[in-house]
Design a protein around this ligand. Structure first.
Ligand code: SF4
Length: 393
């Protein structure tokens, strides 16, 4: 990250009086970019075209230096370089697991750090993106949940995660080279640190940039937002983002879900399911993913499996079974493989796809629920977590 501290501005309300110092063009919506270009001297008549040109350089070709934007006049490029920057988070560490999974620790404004995970698969690759430093919520099976919320990420810091990983994968296309349809980073899941629906606007703007047809061009069907159940924002996700939806479900009774996913005390299972039944984008071709972490003796009985089937009846759904990934101080154990297979079998026989997620990157603590950054270390001690989860003394 350059010496001049990047400006993290709220893109929705570009202040009339522009902030001192260069403005970061990354993360701005097209309208906001047009506004700041005009505010910094670009003639209004040209602004829309300039946005289109600059947008392609940044998001299609991956350029960070205005001097490389050769379809813009030299003087204009120099003027842009004086007033704007193209900044993405700084990669602090990069770890590669024996199974090819990559985990990045990146630093953002204020010196805070977040983790990102890239999971390569045959013919595709998924990026697990974070939306908050720490998390608003305290799901008791999740490592991030032990980290106090520090702040929401800006749209620049969210789309910036996609950009730094494309850099690392060397996935920016060559100008003039024949279009290569294969992608190393083909899917985005908002399943990293944080509850994305408690940072709605920044997540929305960042995903709109990722979906833009003149930039990174990721189909909305290849972007999945996972929520723990912020009911008021669920329908809005369909209307304003249009991506796929996943829900951190993890239990079949309110008594257990209150302990595992405390937001359930606010919007319980019945309320959540009602919102999912109304989800404007749900259909057989666009099923809602129910994520279900398999915790030994907590939520993994045959009865749980049957109750789950009953609860989601009528919702086009698939159930992702996630063998619990332990982390230091975790109050749970993973269910046995036999138990997980038995659970999956009951679900499958009821007509639902019930893939068992293969833990990836465990050797580098990159698996689901293992992410945590050093920023503002440990919110709760093991005893506190156990007490809340109704376990131990
Ligand atoms: S599961 Fe998601 S919402 Fe819950 S604490 Fe972890 S990051 Fe936050």
């Amino acid at each position: 990250m350059s010496a001049t501290a990047p400006i993290t501005q709220d893109v929705h309300t570009i202040p009339r009086k522009l902030p001192e110092g260069p403005i970061n063009l990354v993360g701005l919506t097209r309208d906001a970019m047009r506004e700041v270009l005009i505010a910094h001297g670009t003639p209004e008549k040209q602004a829309k075209m300039r946005v289109g040109q600059i947008w392609q350089w940044i998001y299609q070709w991956g350029k960070r230096d205005f001097a490389e934007m050769t379809n813009l006049a030299k003087a204009y490029r120099a003027d842009l370089a004086e007033k704007f920057v193209i900044e993405v988070p700084e990669v602090v560490t990069r770890q590669v697991s024996e199974d090819g999974t990559r985990k990045y620790l990146v630093r953002i404004a204020g010196g805070h750090e977040v983790e990102i995970v890239y999971i390569p698969e045959e013919g595709r690759g998924t990026l697990c993106v974070s939306s908050q430093v720490g998390c608003t919520l305290t799901c008791s099976f999740c490592h991030t949940g032990t980290q106090k919320l520090v702040r929401n990420l800006t749209a620049a810091e969210i789309i910036g995660q996609v950009m730094v990983v494309r850099d690392d994968l060397d996935e920016w296309p060559e100008i003039g080279a024949p279009k290569d349809e294969t992608r190393l980073l083909s899917n985005i899941v908002l399943m990293g640190m944080g509850e994305p629906l408690y940072n709605f606007e920044n997540v929305r703007d960042a995903m709109k940039i990722a979906m833009d047809a003149e930039g990174i061009q990721l189909s909305r069907r290849r972007i999945t937002l996972s929520t723990s159940g912020v009911v008021p924002e669920i329908a809005r996700t369909a209307q304003e983002i249009g991506c796929q939806l996943a829900v951190s479900f993890h239990a079949t009774t309110d008594e257990v879900r209150d302990r595992l996913v405390p937001i359930n005390k606010r919007w319980n299972i019945e309320t959540l399911l009602a919102a999912l039944r109304e989800y404007p984008k749900v259909s057989n071709s666009e099923r809602i993913t129910f994520e279900y972490v398999m915790l030994d003796g907590v939520n993994d009985s045959d009865e749980d499996a049957r109750r789950l089937i009953k609860l989601i009846e009528g919702i086009p759904a698939k159930i992702n079974l996630i063998p619990f990934n332990e982390w230091p101080g975790a109050p749970y154990k993973r269910s046995s493989n036999n138990r997980i297979r038995r659970f999956a079998d009951i679900i499958y026989k009821a007509g639902y796809a019930s893939p068992i997620r293969t833990p990836r990157g465990e050797d580098i603590m990159a698996a689901c629920g293992q992410l945590k950054s050093a920023t503002e270390r440990a919110r709760k001690s093991r005893r506190q977590i156990e007490a809340e989860a109704g376990l131990g003394g």
